[in-house]
Ligand binder design. Structure first.
Ligand code: NAD
Length: 344
């Protein structure tokens, strides 16, 4: 098996999960360098994770290290410039969600990697969470029939601003931060959408963007879904960071309930099972579900590089998710249903 040389850029809050997860995949990839514009953060990440080199200049890291791939864990405003630099250096890249702050940057960075002929994957890790992977496997087996209706819900009051204070400052907030995940999961179960209608709410005082969004969609086969995104739900117990699902097909249904419990109704029989992530030495609640999905996402990236095949959440695939976000914002603006753009 090829041992790939990776370089990581963005050594902030979430990068620790990436670096720990690369440790789980140490027989397949080694992070040879890290970079952050903040030299102290880069140095700390290198020291804490035994990475041999650190940089504050991304292009210098690419030119010096010549990595096989780059893992981009910066926030969205920097993604276009960083991916375009990867394209110039002919380096494959996996980039955190949201792909970019807006549609123009998303299209530009996907095109840049197309022109360079290098693979691009979006770190869209929710569909790689253990219960959602298992539920999708059951739905895809055909045992539940064709999709007819779905509900995809991420509702929490967890203090996300503590670890990610920048979220209080963004004008396009919940749809771009958690909506990309929830709408991506909706696509996995329901297929592409033909109509998007969205209502937003701003509940918390002192933040710039919307912290609740309810998105209703019609899908290509006529099925209907509701995606709920909320960072303003006061509830006990708080299920952060779980996504609850209710999927109905022509032959049966599946619910993903609290604590990774799957409830399946099918012509072959009804059953429940727990599809929980395994413990990780570096993981901890409430983040384990996410941390485990980071390992699975990075494993899928290495699998796709090995197989020379497009990752499930390639840049192109993710344009279809981002198109739903753009359509939802347009719907909020116009007050009516919107037809999203779709891509191959
Ligand atoms: P953060 O602000 O804590 O860290 C980002 C780091 O990138 C900072 O240290 C910053 O100095 C550095 N940086 C910014 N631009 C740079 C550049 N051009 N070159 C080098 N370094 C640069 O942000 P975070 O909370 O770690 O989030 C990072 C990304 O991870 C975001 O896109 C966020 O949406 C995503 N995220 C994903 C999940 C998930 O479950 N998928 C969870 C949390 C965060």
């Amino acid at each position: 098996m090829t041992l790939r040389r990776g370089a990581l850029v963005g050594c902030g809050f979430f990068a620790r999960n990436h670096l720990n997860a690369w440790g789980e995949l140490a027989d397949r990839a080694k992070i040879v360098a890290v970079c952050d514009v903040d030299g102290e953060k880069a140095a700390a990440a290198a020291a804490d994770f035994g990475v041999p080199a650190f940089y504050t200049d991304f292009e210098k890291m690419l030119a010096t290290e010549k990595p096989d791939f780059v893992d981009i864990v910066t926030t969205a405003p920097s993604h276009r410039a960083l991916v375009e630099a990867c394209a110039r250096h002919g380096v494959a890249a996996i980039v955190q969600k949201p792909l970019a702050p807006d549609w123009e940057d998303c299209r530009a960075l996907v095109s840049a990697m197309d022109r360079a002929g290098r693979p691009l994957m979006v770190h869209e890790n929710f569909r790689f969470q253990a219960p959602l992977l298992r539920a999708a496997e059951i739905a895809r087996s055909g045992v539940l029939g064709e999709p007819t209706w779905g509900r995809f819900a991420f509702r929490t009051g967890y203090d996300i601003y503590k670890g990610q204070p920048y979220l209080a400052e963004v004008e396009r907030f919940v749809l771009l931060d958690i909506g990309v995940h929830v709408l991506d999961v909706a696509r996995v179960f329901m297929g592409e959408a033909t109509t998007v209608y969205c209502l937003d709410q701003a509940i918390k005082q002192g933040i710039k963007g919307e912290d609740q969004a309810t998105v209703m969609m019609r899908h290509a086969n006529g099925a209907v879904s509701v995606s709920e995104c909320s960072y303003a739900s006061r509830q006990s117990p708080d299920l952060f960071p779980q996504t609850l699902i209710h999927f109905e097909g022509t032959k049966g249904s599946i619910r993903v309930e609290a604590d990774c419990r799957l409830v399946v109704t099918s012509p072959d029989g009804n059953f429940t099972e727990i599809a929980a992530p395994k413990p990780l030495s570096w993981g901890g609640e409430p983040w384990l579900l996410i941390q485990d999905s980071v390992v699975s996402t990075q494993r899928h990236w290495l699998d796709s590089l090995d197989a020379n095949s497009a990752p499930a959440t390639s840049g192109h695939d993710n344009l279809n998710t981002f198109a739903l976000v753009e359509a939802a914002y347009k719907s909020i603006e116009t007050g009516g249903p919107v037809t999203p753009e779709t891509f191959e």
